[in-house]
Design a protein around this ligand. Structure first.
Ligand SMILES: [Fe+2]
Length: 420
């Protein structure tokens, strides 16, 4: 997060600035409810695995964040909706006290959904009053935290979708999550031929250097030295990946990292987790199908392959005689002529460990735990997905997941050394 509020807000006259913050905050909060609206009460309470959380928990936790980070410290006289919620809906902030265990969030049938929605209204009203009436000193201290809070909520909006999609993937009925518009199917349309874009290497500057909001893990902006490389002009498609499966990709240990091959063996992986092989009894068909937000649909060869683990992405690249780009190669190529599908399709696994940038300094206070303490054992993904809220990502944005994670909208783009 920026150390200070974004200039988009600070350059306004004070009353107008507060109005813009209130408007943006209200829009983000309303979008969470809109995402949950198609789901039943039962849908919103279920937890399909320890890594995923119930929709109801996301709705409550994002309210808890504003309560714990903005209202309690900065709004004099703020009264908590229910003090017990501090225990229930704290996610991982050690400095803010003990919390309900993550794997047991699905057991929280109480508070009910109605009470969680009332909790949201309570927090919304308090935030609205704070934005309108806070003293200048309180406003200066809290405005960056409010901006962090709505960016945090946008991250959870994507998780609301990926987590309910995983829950539905565990249901033999394979229901659709949302009545979403689906693009026309292009079954007969093979993916376009992949083009390699040559990049010269040399010194590049990466990271967030603008004054607008960013998370702390994107900073400081710094120089890196890249060797000459090539990056694919497009994402790897379902049609591409089907050829890997047909060539025995999931049966050839030589293609896999050791930990990846162990995951293949332990999990019985034979294809991307949301693909249905021909004849799958849950939705019998003679052809491959893919489960997604709109339910089960015939595999579209031109669509980016998604819900891949890092291990599957790396094995596919190995099969191609290529590799994954580093996060810096990806960022340096963001605006390169000919490169497309960089933002908003699937998160793209990189070959970069999620590490602090040189000179990284976490935010002060409780939010110091937001990013920095997770910088071990995870890989960076870039680019955002179809589930990422509009306007939330940017070229310097760093997402991160463990290498075996398979429930995000995660795919890949190939790279290779220029000389190879
Ligand atoms: Fe969170």
């Amino acid at each position: 997060m920026s150390a200070t509020a974004s200039p988009a807000f600070t350059q306004d006259p004070a009353p107008a600035r507060r109005g813009r913050v209130a408007s943006r905050l209200g829009a983000v909060r309303a979008h969470s409810l809109a995402l949950a609206a198609p789901l039943s009460v039962e849908d919103q309470c279920v937890q399909s695995m320890p890594d995923a959380s119930p929709t109801k928990w996301h709705l409550a936790h994002t309210s808890w964040f504003f309560e714990a980070v903005v209202l309690q410290p900065h709004a004099p006289g703020y009264r908590a909706f229910d003090a017990r919620f501090f225990h229930l809906f704290n996610s991982y902030y050690e400095s803010l006290g003990p919390r309900h265990p993550r794997p047991r969030r699905g057991l929280l049938t109480r508070p009910g959904l109605d009470e969680v929605l009332a909790y949201r209204e309570h927090v919304d009203l308090a935030l609205k009053n704070f934005v309108a009436n806070a003293s200048d000193d309180a406003w200066q201290a809290a405005q960056p935290l409010i901006e962090l809070g709505w960016n945090h909520e946008q991250q959870h909006q994507e998780l609301m979708l990926t987590d309910i999609l995983h829950a539905f993937s565990c249901n033999p009925l394979l229901p659709a999550c949302q009545p979403v518009e689906t693009p026309a199917l292009r079954l007969a349309c093979a993916p376009p031929e992949l083009q390699w874009i040559e990049r010269p290497g040399g010194q590049e500057h990466v990271g967030h250097g603008a004054a607008e909001f960013s998370f702390d893990n994107e900073t400081p902006r710094h120089a890196v030295l890249l060797q000459p490389y090539c990056i694919a002009d497009r994402l790897v498609s379902c049609g591409d990946f089907a050829l890997f499966i047909a060539d025995g990709g999931y049966q050839r240990p030589s293609l896999w990292l050791s930990d990846g091959w162990a995951a293949v063996q332990a999990g019985g992986w034979t294809h991307p987790v949301y693909w249905l092989a021909p004849g799958d009894p849950r939705a019998p068909a003679e052809h491959w199908q893919v489960f997604g937000m709109a339910g089960v649909r015939p595999l579209d060869a031109a669509q980016p392959v998604s819900q891949l683990s890092f291990y599957e992405a790396a094995a596919y690249a190995q099969w191609c005689g290529a590799r994954l780009p580093t996060e810096f190669e990806w960022e340096a190529a963001f605006d390169a002529p000919g490169v497309r599908e960089m933002i908003g399709h699937v998160w793209q696994w990189t070959r970069s460990s999620y590490d602090p940038y040189p000179g990284f300094r976490p935010l002060a206070g409780a939010v110091s735990e937001y990013n920095g303490k997770f910088m071990v054992g995870q890989l960076v993904l870039r680019g955002g997905s179809l589930a990422t809220p509009a306007g939330h990502v940017r070229p310097s944005y760093r997402n991160f997941f463990p290498p075996a994670a398979r429930w995000q909208f995660s795919g890949l783009r190939l790279a290779r050394d220029l000389a190879s």
